[in-house]
Ligand binder design. Structure first.
Ligand code: F6P
Length: 560
């Protein structure tokens, strides 16, 4: 018998489907009272602790999920990824972002060629260039040191670097090495984003880094032209050579744009945009801001998780466990959303990054409707990721996750704060206060509060329904030792691999993103129409009634 194309056709999937009824009869209140169960659901690697005891799973469920992983050939798929096979079949490319953080002596093959030496060639070039800019031996057109950097890019060429930058801003070592420097990110084509990013900057002391894998993305290229004009207008066109550099896979287009190819930092088509933060996409701007040694730590943290993901058995493998639990929540328990709740303000840009890859990673990767073979999926894949650092989130959407919809939550806590604050005479620091909430929330979700408990507390009967918490709401807790560059790398890699695991189980291609194309091509038609109407007075044609009306109104209101 031919092997089934869809994972939902396997016995392992059907077995889990049947098992749901059994789980529906359980409550986390009872599951949490089994200490052996809870103990077996705590996994630690490299000081990162995962506690998934508050997931709606029993040991039996986990066993069935491991069988599902077998049925999906998870181990083989991970190995195929690491061995450089073209697992991104719709774009005929390998998926080798793990090579971006491999140590120098590592061998990782793409089409028979070891890519690690190429990776390090670019890293060495970044180290040299960033040191020259930082120590003032690379100066701008008027001889002044370049202390500010504007990185232009969107999607994966923006969100990952922004997340890492935001996280590093509180690390004492990073703060120290960034003293006197600024790093800004220009992503949106909205002129307000341009204005915000150049306000207060002097072109004489600014370096612009254009980051685009394709070097064709409309928003990025328009913003790059705008800042090229900003530099040229102030310092003359020849200043571009000293004030603009690029990161791309398309060095021909970089040169055509007017950036010296010697000032271009390459990466490769085997790096997906949303998995590119460990390439020059992130490493260059972050090294300019913090110095290469800090960024190297970040790469090492990610690399150590890469090894763990490749070698650890399923039961001890943090990304595998996270991925399997997500599949369980989405495809079996029917929870389509996931809240990512870091109890760390430094991680405020983590959820936006994960949205794409996982982020940006998650939603762009796994938001698919067909299997890797093009067969429509008879189940929903992908999650709706959202999040906000605690405790801020507690004052906005937590009401919904406690008493409204069931949304599995990822609580991310940091043991040692980068910036603990003790008020005079108080033994509980700001960080203790923050972490009190980190420890309390998962139990509030799991246990809830019953009408009987409320009754005993003399709550008036008419308020009992309002004050009841059903509980039984799943969450998991990830506890990191600290939030230095190394730990940030660990966290990134854990989530990147978790998303890959989900995609491997669902049998989809997590590494393409055809779903973003249609909107882009329709925008091209609109752009052409705006041009034709403005320059030749052509009427709006070829659009439906709604778009024609809106466009006509817009053109009329913006006509000179
Ligand atoms: O959103 C679609 C996308 O293609 C992402 O995958 C990518 O990260 C982003 O656009 C930017 O693309 P580029 O780096 O080529 O400018």
């Amino acid at each position: 018998m031919a092997s089934p194309t869809l994972i939902s056709d396997t016995e392992a999937w059907k077995d889990l489907k049947a098992h749901v009824e059994e789980i529906k009869k359980t409550h986390l209140r009872d599951l949490m009272s089994d200490a052996d169960r809870c103990k077996s659901m705590m996994v630690e690697f490299d000081e990162v602790l995962l506690d998934y005891s508050r997931q709606r799973v029993t040991l039996k469920t986990m066993d069935k999920l491991f069988k599902l992983a077998e049925a999906a050939h998870l181990k083989e798929k991970i190995e195929r990824m690491y061995s450089g096979e073209h697992i991104n079949s719709t774009e005929n490319r390998p998926v080798l972002h793990v090579a971006l953080r491999a140590s120098r002596d590592y061998v990782m093959l793409s089409d028979g060629k070891n890519v690690v030496p190429e990776v390090w060639k670019v890293l060495d070039k970044i180290q040299e260039f960033s040191e020259r800019v930082r120590n003032g031996s690379w100066v701008g057109a008027t001889g002044k040191a370049l202390k500010d950097v504007v990185a232009i890019g969107i999607g994966g060429s923006f969100l990952g670097p922004l997340f890492v930058h935001t996280a590093l801003q509180t690390d004492p070592e990073a703060i120290n090495s960034a003293r006197g420097r600024q790093l800004r990110f220009l992503a949106n084509v909205d002129p307000i984003d341009v204005a915000r990013n150049i306000t207060g900057l002097n072109p004489e002391t600014t370096l612009v880094v254009v980051v685009s894998k394709t070097f064709t993305t409309a928003e990025t290229m328009l913003n790059a032209r705008t800042l090229r004009e900003w530099i040229s207008a102030a310092l003359g066109p020849s200043a571009v050579a000293k004030h603009m550099v690029a990161v791309s896979t398309n060095l021909t287009l970089v040169e055509k744009f007017g950036i010296d190819p010697n000032n271009a930092f390459a990466f490769w088509d085997w790096v997906g945009g949303r998995y590119s933060v460990c390439s020059a996409v992130g490493v260059l701007p972050l090294s300019l801001q913090y110095g290469f040694s800090v960024v190297k730590e970040f790469l090492m943290g990610a690399s150590y998780i890469d090894q763990h993901f490749f070698t650890a058995p399923y039961e001890e493998n943090i990304p595998v466990l996270l991925g399997l639990l997500s599949v369980w929540n989405v495809s079996f328990l029917g929870h389509p959303a996931r809240a990512i709740l870091p109890y760390s303000q430094a991680l405020e840009k983590f959820a936006p990054h994960i949205q794409q890859a996982s982020i940006q990673v998650s939603m762009e990767s796994n938001g698919k409707g067909v299997s890797i073979d093009g067969v429509p999926l008879p189940f929903e894949a992908g999650e709706i990721d959202f999040g906000e650092p605690g405790t801020n989130g507690q004052h906005s959407f937590y009401q919904l996750i406690h008493q409204g919809r069931v949304i599995p939550c990822d609580f991310i806590g940091i043991v040692r704060s980068q910036q603990p604050v003790y008020l005079k005479g108080e033994v509980v620091s700001n960080h203790d206060e923050l972490m009190s909430n980190f420890f309390a929330q998962p139990d509030a979700l799991a246990y809830g509060k019953t009408p009987e408990q409320l009754h005993k507390e003399n709550v008036p009967p008419h308020l009992i329904p309002h004050k009841t918490f059903s509980g039984n709401r799943p969450s998991l807790s990830l506890l990191l030792p600290s939030l230095n560059a190394y730990n940030i790398g660990q966290l990134l890699a854990i989530y990147e691999h978790r998303i890959a695991v989900e995609g491997f189980i669902w049998g989809i291609n997590s590494f393409d993103q055809w779903g973003v194309e249609l909107g882009k091509s329709l925008a091209t038609q609109v752009r052409k129409q705006l041009n034709a109407s403005r320059t030749k007075g052509e009427p709006v044609e070829g659009f439906n009634f709604s778009t024609t009306t809106l466009l006509t109104r817009y053109l009329k209101a913006t006509a000179d």
